[in-house]
Ligand binder design. Sequence first.
Ligand code: AMP
Ligand code: ZN
Length: 306
Amino acid sequence: MKCRRCRGQAVIELRRHNSSFCKDCFFDYLTNQVTLAQEKQKMFSREDRVLVVVSGGKDSLALWEILLGLGVNAWGLHINLGIDEYSQKSEKSVRNFAENYDAELLITNIKDEHGRGVLDIASKTTRTACSACGLIKRYLFNKVALEKGFSVVATGHNLDDEAASLLGNVLHWKEGFLGRQSPVLPSVHPKLARKVKPLFRLTERETAAYCILKGIDYLKEECPLVKGSTSLHYKEALNLLEQKSPGTKHSLYFGFLKKRAVFEPPQLNLKECLRCGQVTTDETCAFCRLLSEVESKTRVSKERIC
Ligand code: AMP
Ligand code: ZN
């Protein structure tokens, strides 16, 4: 197997591009895909301070490494979600990376800030653990960006994530979500940072291979909350199709990006939350409502014990 670019010994085959790459050309390929994503979608400029939100997994660590290599002013933010051993290992992997690359890292610990981890919070509400966790993370990403002066939040969502989420949105015809699904969510309020997904052109197999070849020590374990979630079923279905017909995920997602103007992004009447001041469409934001639900459930159970 020869490298498509330099004809040297290839280390990886990318069937969806009908090509193979040696180590160095593969590194160039990944970096070029991120640069292309950033330039074509106008994700950020040299002046922007970028907050890369890092879970400790392959995607977000590969993203952080690539952005640092490109000379982007990229700080990391890790949220310790308080999911026992899994969260301890995640934080350790992020801390190791920051130390090895001499990168700036911010850490927020949910248990320290709110007295309980995501599982405990979710169990006192009507939300599933994954949905509560997603809400809490999105809220904290924006809050920290705002407080620390970052104009852009970058996540490690890749092509597999985006194609699976698109499939879910189409299967249930969630038009509002389709209107909002994009590699870039512009800031539509002074208190909202721009959200970008610079890995949307790359698959998770590619980011995993990148980390292994670069010697980036990422956490291989999946979040225990994700097991059995519908997004995993969509990924499995797409993997099956991709295996039979390489390029399926790319064609699904990039075809959507060309046609997405058909789906109008919902018009939102944005206000500031009466409790925390963050942006919301209601009187109080979803995060504060979640905390109130937990507080009232805790009060009721305490009263019962008394
Ligand atoms: P997920 O929602 O778990 O699929 O993760 C999507 C993206 O969110 C990841 O690629 C990271 O950029 C970010 N992320 C997930 N978990 C965390 C975390 N605990 N702390 C910071 N960022 C995270
Ligand atoms: Zn609020």
